[in-house]
Write a protein that binds this ligand. Sequence first.
Ligand code: NAD
Length: 517
Amino acid sequence: MTQTLNPNHALAAQLRDTRLSAGLRHFIGGQWVDSASGETFEAHSPVDNSFLVQVARGDDTDIDRAAQAAHDAFQNWKEVGGAERRRMLHRIADLIEQRAQEIAVLESLDTGQAIRFMKSAATRGAENFRFYADRAPAAQDGQSLPAPGFLNYSIRQPIGPVGVITPWNTPFMLSTWKIAPALAAGCTVVHKPAEWSPVSATLLAEIMDEAGLPKGVHNLVHGFGESAGRSLTEHPLIKAVAFVGETTTGSHIMRQGADTLKRVHFELGGKNPVVVFDDADLDKALDAVVFMIYSLNGERCTSSSRVLVQEGIYDEFTARIAERARNIRVGDPLDPDTEVGPLVHPRHFDKVMSYFDKAREEGATIAAGGERVGEQGNFVTPTLFTGARNDMSIAQEEIFGPVLTAIPFTDEADALRLANDVKYGLAGYLWTNDLTRAHRFAHGLEAGMIWVNSENVRHLPTPFGGVKNSGIGRDGGDYSFEFYMETKNIAISLGTHKTARLGVGQPPKVTPKEVEG
Ligand code: NAD
């Protein structure tokens, strides 16, 4: 892979020297610390799989220290007023914005995501903090529910210390999406980032510390899923786990958290359909289809990885996708012209490559791509499979790379059947100019989020999450507070109701209402 040097490379070289050469440590109780065991692991550059940074390898002892720190800090943080939490979260957002370039370059170095997308990922991280900052003062608000003889009112209170476990694909943005509402609600946090991309979590911890977040309110423990992650989900002081990652890991976490009755919130995998009817604006649909599978290296939970195209336009539309796919610039993630960078890790690279063989074995056609790029690193060509059937593994399994499977359909009923015939249900995209059909189809589509005549354009107050094997619970708006807070009802008698009297000699008349629980 040839490299043309630009200012991002200079900054990357400087950051390697100043930030990464010393290694990454945990942040526990306001202190940067090594693992109690002294153990470390290495993270590598997706560009050539060379050594990038040495990382502290947390285990039970480190998680226990972090959970205890979060528990201790919770006693004060839960009492901090909403206005002060708002001020603090805006301060964090300010610092993220100031360091957006540094965040973007480090995220690119660590994940292989193209820098053109990472700059906005940092900005979006700041937006997440601002959005929840402004909602912090009202987070505890409840309802007034008067009843005969009673005033009932509800309040919300933070659930306690929570665990946040994040994946490797866009770690900075996803971490802020979880941590910002947790802090706004009054919870304290122990964050366990993905072992394949641990760098930006360290920067986020540093920023929150610099903003003046009290010690122990946010804690960071690096390490592997089976050890540090597992320990976090089992810890009795951790009251809830917000997890983003694979569906099978979600099942493990549910089992691990069973003994301590953890509340869980899962954002899991997807095999999201984009359905293109022949009456759609096909130029716009083409742009959106290409963007939603090839941006962010296809390592995106809401990517539209199955395109269902009406049979009359199938050949022409898929030929246009193939042409675009072949023109996509694959290369150095720090080059602003690059559209697709290397996949995060050799193991993920092998997984994505294995689907090129599977597609051939299953009888699909590789209309574009299907190859590795270069001799080193984890680069693959943007790929399109045509002539696919919905029962093929390339149509059923989440590949999580720049790989699209195209399937023809006959009519609306056929499209809906195909769209719903997967175990996942995160997002769905629909292209048609028939208004009634759009509503009808959107109601029938089994997905948590549907966009009509659009790619994924996020609006933070709206619910984000999936159905079926794509998740449990919703983020966004007030939905996040429902997860990070407990609702408490307080019933106050107005002194007019009668209490049944026991032990006074006369059998009282008990009405059905009085024996309710
Ligand atoms: P993963 O499930 O392998 O890992 C995610 C995190 O879980 C990592 O931090 C890992 O260390 C940890 N982990 C692994 N095993 C664990 C265990 N037993 N207990 C506790 N923690 C454990 O996922 P990944 O490969 O890092 O990320 C890719 C997946 O994430 C894809 O399936 C993608 O669709 C999904 N994702 C979903 C969304 C969404 O919003 N629905 C967003 C981004 C990514």
